[in-house]
Design a binder for this molecule. Structure first.
Ligand SMILES: [Zn+2]
Length: 263
């Protein structure tokens, strides 16, 4: 006789519908529904980039999305000569090199290992890792690989330096890093990440996201437009375990990409 159980059921169903509606808000209208909750992600197939919103809603594309990577169209860059080039303060320091399941990643063993100053804010180096081919493209062209140096400020803000890597002359400063990317080699690699940066050249700067789930936005990107060259053997050592770990370029949706002069 008591109506309580039916009411609870109805309330539960209503709550579930509200929850579904909320989750659906991050998906763009008119596109396929988000994948059912995924527990893992990869770079192809049923848990590939088109389905990452099933792992992390922020990965979905919609009119207000500010995702990365993007295509850098050099003819459309907004030149800003008043913007200060990124100031890099790195040095030789030990890194633990590991395969994180999606990329070769190097984590500094000293929390004070290095920092950058970007847009008047100091960010500390958290890790760097490699994608193949490059994630950012320049005028639609992919480079052989891309290095991401990931930094965090005291307030939690994230800044990433992107370095395009192309096959060419080898980089002698990378011997320890290349050796350590071998699974059989477990000693820390003592390297100076500055050796991975191009000697000069302008940068493209914009606000985007992490390029892997959770695709968190609000990331300050500084992508050097001049590539660094590595030998084929070095590229293979750093990207051979994950030869196709790049997210496709994402729409700008009206964002400005600024050209910042060389330092
Ligand atoms: Zn990355």
């Amino acid at each position: 006789m008591t109506p309580a159980p039916p009411r609870r059921t109805a309330a539960f169903v209503a709550a579930a519908l509200v929850a579904l509606g909320t989750a659906g808000c991050s998906a763009p209208a008119g596109t396929s529904a988000p994948s059912p909750s995924l527990t893992s992600w990869s770079y192809s197939g049923a848990d590939g980039p088109a389905h990452w919103s099933g792992v992390a809603p922020a990965c979905a594309d919609w009119a207000g999305a500010r995702q990365s990577p993007v295509d850098i169209v050099t003819g459309e860059l907004k030149r800003d000569d008043s913007a200060a080039p990124v100031r890099v303060d790195y040095g030789s320091t030990p890194f633990a090199v590991e395969d994180n399941g999606h990329a070769i990643e190097a984590v500094p063993q000293d929390a004070e290992a290095g920092s950058i100053e970007l847009g008047g804010r100091i960010y500390r180096l958290q890790q760097f890792h490699f994608h193949a081919a490059s994630e950012h493209t320049v005028d639609g062209v992919q480079a052989d690989a891309e290095l991401h140096l990931v930094h965090r400020a005291a307030g939690g803000e994230v800044a990433v330096l992107g370095v395009l890597l192309t096959e060419g002359e080898g980089n002698p400063a990378l011997g320890a890093l290349v050796d350590s990317s071998d699974a059989a080699h477990t000693a820390p690699a003592v390297i100076d990440p500055a050796a991975l940066l191009p000697a000069s050249g302008a940068s493209a700067r914009y606000t985007g996201s992490l390029t892997t789930p959770p695709c968190t936005e609000g990331v300050s990107w500084n992508v050097f437009l001049t590539p660094t060259t590595l030998s084929r053997a070095q590229l293979d050592a750093l990207t051979g375990a994950h030869p196709a770990n790049h997210r496709p370029v994402q729409p700008l949706h009206g964002r400005t990409v600024t050209a910042v002069r060389a330092g």
